[in-house]
Design a protein around this ligand. Structure first.
Ligand SMILES: C[S@@+](CC[C@H](N)C(=O)[O-])C[C@H]1O[C@@H](n2cnc3c(N)ncnc32)[C@H](O)[C@@H]1O
Length: 158
């Protein structure tokens, strides 16, 4: 089964939406490099309420059906991952998503909202895809990207 690594997401609603999409598309686990501590917020009333909101509303309960694996050392993780690592990049020199052939064990990487993927991670990729824009907006929201790429990946695997 294809899988995904959410690389340093910055906004909990985006992260939640991607957990929801992963579960929707049948992934049993999702990897998160939680650089911004979205999964372990400070222990106060607002944060606890936010986390409950994440589980119940933003993921529509999906979080109860998928294992969230926190990646501590992203470089070691990427070096040892058994499948191909495929970055989603806002970069037209990457391969167009429309022409990319995914494989069963591929890991799809989604970059952070502001910074995208760090160069040290990009160096370890086996391939990269971009979603061509038909308009003027330079890039998509990361969670929207994930939905589009996950759908296309499963379609291309068949
Ligand atoms: C808002 S974008 C990051 C923008 C950042 N300034 C950059 O250039 O990488 C957040 C993430 O969404 C994904 N993304 C957004 N639009 C995309 C596109 N058209 N093709 C592929 N990935 C895209 C990538 O994973 C990216 O790292």
């Amino acid at each position: 089964m294809i899988n995904a690594l959410l690389y340093a997401p910055e906004y909990r609603p985006n992260m939640s939406s991607m957990i929801r999409s992963a579960e929707f598309y049948g992934m049993k686990k999702i990897y998160i490099y939680d650089k911004n501590n979205l999964l372990s917020p400070p222990n106060n009333k607002t944060s606890r309420a936010d986390m409950q909101h994440l589980a119940r509303v933003w993921t529509a309960g999906a979080i109860n059906h998928i294992e969230v694996v926190v990646v501590e050392d992203k470089i070691e993780f990427l070096k040892n991952y058994p499948g191909r690592k495929i970055a989603t990049l806002v970069n037209e020199t990457s391969q167009s998503l429309n022409d990319f052939q995914f494989q069963e064990n591929d890991l799809i990487l989604l970059g952070s909202e502001k910074e995208g993927l760090e160069p040290e991670a990009i160096e370890l990729m086996d391939g990269s895809v971009y979603i061509p824009s038909l308009g003027e907006t330079p890039c998509l929201n990361v969670a929207v990207t994930f939905g589009v790429v996950a759908h296309q990946a499963l379609k291309s695997i068949g």
